[in-house]
Structures are given as C-alpha cells and as structure tokens.
Ligand binder design. Structure first.
Ligand code: NIG
Ligand code: FE
Length: 408
C-alpha cells in the first residue's frame, strides 16, 4: 500500500486529514525522481519492468519524514535533570540553578568541531533509521560568534557526508548567554550587528529563529532580531508561546514567519492571525510529554485552517528523541490529531514549513524519491503501534540508504 498526501502546499483545515491510499501500489523512481505512483496494473501497462525492485510486500510506503525543528549539533547530556524533574523540580527552576540551556551551551562551547560532527552524524543516523530523510537543524548552543559559526559549519559538513538533507537555521537568539546576563539588549545588538551578518556572509543558514519567551527575548527584541531576515534571505521560524502567551502567534504573523513552533499557550487571536498570514504551526508534542506540560491546542489550529506540522525538537533538555514516529504517536494520543492528520503533519506540512513542498513531502511523479517502507499494513500503525521502529527500508533521492532496518 502507498499512503501519501498530495500537492505542493501545506494542507490546513479539513485537508489536513486527506491522504491518498493506493492498495497494491507501485512507486517507480528514475534517478533521484519519482516518475510514477499508482496501481501495479496501471504501472505494468505503461512501463517496462524496472532494473531493481525494493520489496514492500505487506508493508506501507509513505513519504520520508521531514523533521522541521531540531537542535541537533549539541554536546553533553542532561539526564541528571531528567530525574530532578521527576522528583518535582520545574524546567525553569533547574535553569535558574545553572542547568538548562546554559549547561548545554557550556558543553557545546567546549566541544571540538570534530566531536560535534561525530555527535551530529550519529544523530542523523538514528533519524535516518527512524525514517527521517530531511531535517531542520539549528545553532543556538554557541551563543557567541565563534561557537554559533562552529555549530553551523558542523551542520554544513554533516550535510555533505550524510544522506539526510539538512536545512540549517541560525539561532544565536536561543538564550541570553551568561556573559551578557547583565545586558540582554547588548547581546541583541551584538547578534544583529555581528553574529547574524557573519552567518549570512558565510551562507551557513537559510532560516533564522528566535526564542520569544518571558525571561528570554521580548516581542520587541524579537522584532528587532528579525528585521534584517528578508535582506539576509532568511525564512523566519519562531519559538513562540511555549511557557506563556506572549502574543507569539500574532508576532509570527506580523513578521511574515513561515512557521512558529511550540504554541502551547497561543490565544484565539494569535491562531486567527496565523491563519490569516499563512503561518504553519509546528507542534512539538515530545516537549509536552518530556516536560509533563500541556499539549498545543491542535484542534483549534485545524479548525482555524492553520496547517499543522509536527517535529521532534530533538535537544538534550526538553525532548530528547530523533524519532518522528514517537512524536506522531504523541501528536495523536497527547494532542489529539487523527493518525491521518499526523502523517500529513510529519511529511507535506513539515516540508512546506521548510520551503520544500515543491520537491519533497509527498509521493508523486515529479517529486524527489524520498520514501519509507513501513513494516505495517497501514500508516495508522505509526501511532497505533507505538514505541517501536516500524521502518523497513528508506530511500533518499532514489538511493536505498536503509535496507531491512540497517544503514546501507
Ligand atoms: O525548543 N525552547 C527552547 N529551546 C529548546 C530547549 C532547549 C534546552 O532545554 O536545551 C526547545 O524546547
Ligand atoms: Fe526548539
């Protein structure tokens, strides 16, 4: 069976749930491209037998997952915090006591480029074996010129070595670094005058992101930080309304963001503004689960016609997973998407959030051949058969890169 959304744009409202399902199907690739998707009978009428066949017998073929929000190039783990949180301390309390993002910043600054590259390549391997063929990845654990550039150079190198396509995002405005705590506006100025232009000058990013949150960057600082994005050629993503409603949804609409992430506390007005401006809502149900917090109001987004995408937010503090299937299960069981809506969220809508819906995110003639064969009789098993890796094979740009669960 093949199950795929269709089209080259994000799907919102009732279309969020529309999948094409073709039993006894064939996906035919030539080079990096899909040239046919349809029934075997149609295929055999129009094509010669192919040179090579990848067996999907009894399985389901879906588009490769697109993970539109990760913090991949980090060093150090925070499993100690995990138990402190289970014992009752909050994420904010742990951050205030020197843990949290700044502890990952310290470890990432200490890491050599070679160490950071090894860690990143390993995470890309895990992603690929879990069916992700394109991933966003951001800086934001460097928080100074040298270390932000280091993280982004590691991403560039990793992308040149690994089949998973990386969409790099500049995020020096992920947190106020310890050395600027006394003068947050000074750091904002340094990012605007020095760090963003240097990253753009080396063409190390295609998107920019800011953590707009109480105690981090205010809406006004966020506006200033994003002012130059169009001139630098950057698509805008925002971390918005994660811990409280700061008007992040409306701000994303105002600054012309392609997508906003988290959105646990976004108001009705914010949702309406996003719908109006065509901002995609990237939900991160792994964070809600991991921090034992509420889930984003996905039904309100769908009802308002805002296309919903889902991402892992892979990072060491608030959602330590590379698995899109894991967050699909949580998007359904925690947030309340249907399994069909969640698959669209993890493929076409995620591709659209990264400006790639023309090329990836669905299985259709003319798109790049990024496909996953699941060991499951329907795509509903992604959420329904949770906690295991159902990925049998992965094809990236027409090449088999995972066969029977193992990297080729
Ligand atoms: O997306 N919200 C901000 N940043 C990350 C968490 C980073 C961390 O805890 O290291 C997030 O959840
Ligand atoms: Fe994040």
């Amino acid at each position: 069976m093949v199950a795929t959304p269709r089209g080259t744009r994000a799907l919102g409202g009732p279309r969020q749930a529309v999948l094409e399902v073709i039993p006894a199907a064939v996906v035919r690739c030539e080079g990096p491209e899909i040239v046919f998707v349809g029934t075997r009978r149609e295929h055999d009428r129009s094509f010669q037998p192919p040179a090579q066949i990848l067996n999907a017998e009894g399985g389901t073929v879906i588009p490769g997952f697109v993970d539109p929000h990760t913090h991949l190039p980090f060093a150090g783990y925070r499993e100690g915090e995990f138990d402190r949180r289970l014992a009752g301390e909050s994420y904010a309390e742990i951050a205030a006591s020197g843990g949290g993002i700044v502890s990952t910043v310290a470890a990432t600054r200490r890491a050599t480029p070679a160490e950071l590259l090894r860690l990143t390549l390993h995470r890309l391997d895990v992603q690929l074996r879990c069916g992700t063929t394109t991933t966003e990845a951001k800086s934001g654990y460097g928080l100074d010129l040298e270390n932000e550039i280091k993280q982004l150079q590691v991403l560039r190198e990793a992308g040149s070595q690994h089949p998973v396509e990386i969409v790099p995002t500049a995020m020096p405005a992920h947190e106020i670094p310890p050395e600027w705590r006394h003068d947050p506006d000074g750091y904002v100025e340094a990012v605007i005058r020095e760090i963003h232009p240097a990253i753009a000058g080396e063409r190390l990013a295609e998107q920019v992101d800011v953590f707009c949150e109480r105690g981090v960057f205010t809406p006004d600082q966020t506006r200033r930080l994003l002012d130059d994005a169009p001139r630098l050629g950057w698509r805008i993503h925002l971390h918005a309304d994660e811990l409280c409603d700061l008007g992040g949804g409306a701000l994303a609409a105002e600054v012309g963001a392609a997508a906003a992430s988290h959105l646990l506390h976004t108001s009705r007005e914010g949702i309406a503004a996003m719908a109006q401006a065509g901002v995609i809502a990237i939900i991160l149900p792994g964070v809600s689960f991991f921090l034992r917090d509420r889930f984003a109001p996905v039904r309100d987004f769908v009802n308002a016609g805002v296309p919903v995408a889902v991402a892992t937010d892979c990072n060491p503090g608030s959602s330590h997973t590379e698995s899109m299937a894991a967050v699909i299960a949580l998007a359904c069981l925690g947030a309340g998407l249907s399994s069909d809506e969640a698959l669209v969220a993890a493929t076409l809508n995620a591709a659209a959030a990264l400006g790639r819906a023309e090329r990836i995110g669905s299985l259709e003639a003319g798109k790049q051949a990024d496909a996953v064969v699941l060991d499951a009789p329907s795509p509903k098993h992604l959420a329904y058969h949770f906690g295991v890796n159902l990925v049998r094979h992965v094809v990236k740009a027409g090449r088999v890169v995972v066969r029977d669960g193992a990297r080729v």
